[in-house]
Design a protein around this ligand. Structure first.
Ligand SMILES: NC(=O)c1ccc[n+]([C@@H]2O[C@H](COP(=O)([O-])OP(=O)(O)OC[C@H]3O[C@@H](n4cnc5c(N)ncnc54)[C@H](OP(=O)(O)O)[C@@H]3O)[C@@H](O)[C@H]2O)c1
Length: 344
């Protein structure tokens, strides 16, 4: 292979609020020769095809002492879940031509290795899903919804679930898992278009939290047996206030506080005791060993057969990554945000 241009998205500056394209993240190009890049034992070189854009990337754009994740090093490319075509390999599990899921740099060509976030694995694409699906509904966000729901919901037919950010990558799958368990589902989202999508995927009570008061909806439609929290803040407070006795609160994310906002102060947490609520925070990686095989055996089939639907919001071109990352933080994405870096 002849020398090629390799673009990279570099972490340039720790942001104080939203990440700013051209300031927090900058796009740079260099010429590389894929044939001469050194690979250590266990590493493999890929042509990057798709990259996932996830809310937690903002948590990694922090000073090392301020984040629970590994902070991105300044001056180096950011990384995330992706699918790449293997060009060369020093890992016996992969050979040139394989499509491998794993953690990779935001770059056109990336040297990969197993990471605490994901061990690389060859995608067995029996169901002919697009590569973007493997970083969305069939990838980490899908795993998050599936593992967290299975582990903590203890759902019963006829019970009531509330899902915030219900139209997003994780939320839209949680909504459908709750419906499959026979629950009445309430879900919120930040635009009328997203509310329309919620109705299409079977949500019983869908509302725009920017124009409709969440607490009032929950008082009318609750009490809430299971609350799947993607946002934290006043939405979590409303869910606590309207929780059913023995309610389950699953804290998946708190995106309302990722961009430097003042933390929400909760007025009254005594309901946790008086209603004997269970509150579980979790990280998807914690539950991998228990559910990953089951997920990989079931979810791609459900997605291919449209038994579970998903919505994607694709951004073409690595150079547009910073804008795509910002859109997920601001909520202007209209489904699972994925960057299409190359077609094959
Ligand atoms: N625990 C884990 O291991 C794990 C793994 C993956 C994801 N997560 C968490 O799950 C949540 C959803 O992630 P996702 O990948 O599915 O993202 P997503 O829903 O596809 O995109 C993020 C969405 O968050 C909403 N949002 C942004 N700012 C908000 C704010 N200030 N208040 C309320 N909502 C806001 C927006 O939707 P609206 O337009 O509806 O506001 C935006 O579209 C995030 O909190 C993420 O951190 C956790």
């Amino acid at each position: 292979m002849a020398p090629v241009i390799n673009g990279k998205v570099i972490f340039n500056e720790v942001p104080t609020g939203y990440p700013e394209p051209g300031k927090t993240l900058i796009y740079q190009e260099e010429t590389i020769d894929p044939n001469t890049i050194t690979l250590a034992p266990g590493e493999w070189l890929v042509k990057v095809l798709v990259l996932s854009v996830d809310p937690y990337l903002r948590e990694r754009m922090a000073a090392p002492s301020e984040t629970y994740f590994d902070a991105f090093p300044l001056g180096a490319p950011i990384e995330n879940f992706g699918v790449g075509l293997v060009l060369r390999s020093e890992n016996p599990a992969f050979k040139p031509g394989d499509h491998v899921y794993g953690i990779m740099d935001f770059a056109h060509y990336a040297v990969c290795r197993d990471s605490v976030l994901a061990k690389g694995h060859v995608i067995d694409n029996t169901h002919k899903l697009s590569w973007s699906t493997y970083v969305g509904a069939a990838g980490m966000p899908g795993e998050t919804a599936y593992y967290g729901w299975k582990e903590y919901a203890r759902s019963k037919e006829g019970e009531i679930a509330f899902v915030s950010t219900g139209a997003g990558a994780v939320g839209s799958l949680v909504v459908q898992l709750a419906k499959r368990d026979g629950m009445k589902v309430i879900a919120s989202a930040g635009s009328d278009d997203k509310v329309k999508y919620l109705r299409e995927i079977g949500v019983d009570v869908a509302f725009n939290y920017k124009t409709t008061n969440t607490l009032e909806v929950l008082k009318k439609e609750g009490p809430v047996d299971v609350y799947w929290d993607n946002v934290g803040g006043p939405t979590l407070e409303a869910a606590l206030e309207t929780a059913a006795n023995r309610g389950r609160i699953i804290v998946c994310g708190m995106i309302s506080s990722y961009n430097g906002e003042t933390p929400h102060v909760f007025k009254d947490l005594t309901v946790i005791m008086s209603k004997t609520l269970s509150i579980n925070g979790f990280l998807v990686t914690d539950l991998e060993a228990k559910y990953m095989d089951e997920f990989r055996a079931t979810m791609p089939k459900l997605l291919a057969s449209d038994e579970i639907s998903f919505r994607e919001d694709l951004t073409r071109g690595l150079e547009n990554s910073a804008e795509a990352i910002l859109s997920v933080q601001k909520g202007t994405n209209t489904g699972k945000k994925v960057i299409i870096v190359a077609d094959a």
